[in-house]
Design a protein around this ligand. Structure first.
Ligand code: NAD
Length: 254
């Protein structure tokens, strides 16, 4: 399906990004992965996927430029760009640390601006491209304590729509996928804090807090998200552009 295509997936050493990178590699794409983690584990991922790793920090525009240049030189210009790297910080607005705000806006939002502006020219030349942004149910609705994350994800949805309009006649589609709660390290890490803050057990946090808003009462899986990303890369998905595709177990229908 994706033989001859080059895919760059940011934040793909873990969770959703890893699942998307695996799915794209499984269909024959040459993949560049990105993200932090244990060096031995990253080597293992590269071997398993036949992928290259670039350790660019998505909060650094210079790192991002160098990563795109390296991908272009070593694999080819990205035909598929998945903006997936993301971080979270939970605090009420009056206590929200300004450096956390800046970090979340840089990684969850500005990184997608930089990668996108850098890959669009080559996609235009080839007359084919796929840009997929991992947004969130928090691109559509809010939750208390997540000012930076919710602001960044709403903005990603806006960026997606704008670039979709600008590239609509160039064979490029630009979409975001908006999962509800997906079982990944990002979610797992929120559990101890929530247990402490609210005096709840692990089970109570999972069922009564995290899944409270998700009518299906189960976590979305990374494989489900990856399958949608893969579908967006198909030629049959050429008319899906500028869309914010919810995969949230009914969360935003409520
Ligand atoms: P995760 O923590 O498992 O993975 C995050 C990835 O981003 C990792 O590879 C990490 O190394 C990388 N990363 C973090 N900071 C980085 C930086 N500065 N530069 C480069 N890479 C960096 O998280 P996940 O749950 O798989 O999240 C992936 C995306 O999905 C995020 O954008 C997140 O907001 C979004 N999302 C997650 C959920 C969920 O419930 N897990 C729901 C909706 C949206």
């Amino acid at each position: 399906l994706l033989q001859g295509k080059v895919a760059l997936v940011t934040g793909s050493t873990s969770g959703i990004g890893f699942a998307i990178a695996s799915a794209l590699a499984g269909e024959g794409a040459r993949v560049m992965i990105n993200g932090f983690g244990d060096p031995d584990e990253i080597v293992g991922i590269c071997k398993a996927l036949g992928a290259l790793h670039d350790g660019a920090d998505m909060s650094s525009p210079q790192d991002i430029e160098a990563m795109i240049a390296r991908c272009t030189a070593e694999l080819g210009a990205p035909d598929i760009l998945v903006n997936n790297a993301g971080v979270q910080h939970v605090a009420p607005i009056a206590d929200f640390p300004p450096n956390k705000w800046d970090q979340i806006i840089a990684i969850n939002l500005s990184a997608a601006f930089h990668t996108t502006r850098l890959v669009v020219p080559a996609m235009r030349e080839k007359g084919w491209g796929r840009i997929i942004n991992t947004a969130s149910a928090h691109s559509l609705v809010a939750s208390p304590g997540k000012a930076a994350y919710v602001a960044a994800k709403h903005a990603v949805a806006g960026l997606t729509k704008t670039v979709a309009l600008e590239t609509a006649q160039d064979g490029i589609t630009v979409n975001c996928i908006s999962p509800g709660y997906v079982w990944t390290p990002l979610v797992e890490k929120q559990i101890p804090d929530t247990m402490a803050a609210r005096g709840l057990t692990r089970e109570q946090v999972m069922n009564d807090v995290l899944l409270a808003a998700q009518p299906t009462k189960r976590f979305v899986t990374v494989e489900e998200v990856a399958a949608l990303a893969l579908f967006l890369c198909r030629d049959e998905a050429a008319s899906i552009t500028g869309a914010n595709l919810s995969m949230d177990g009914g969360w935003t229908a409520a």
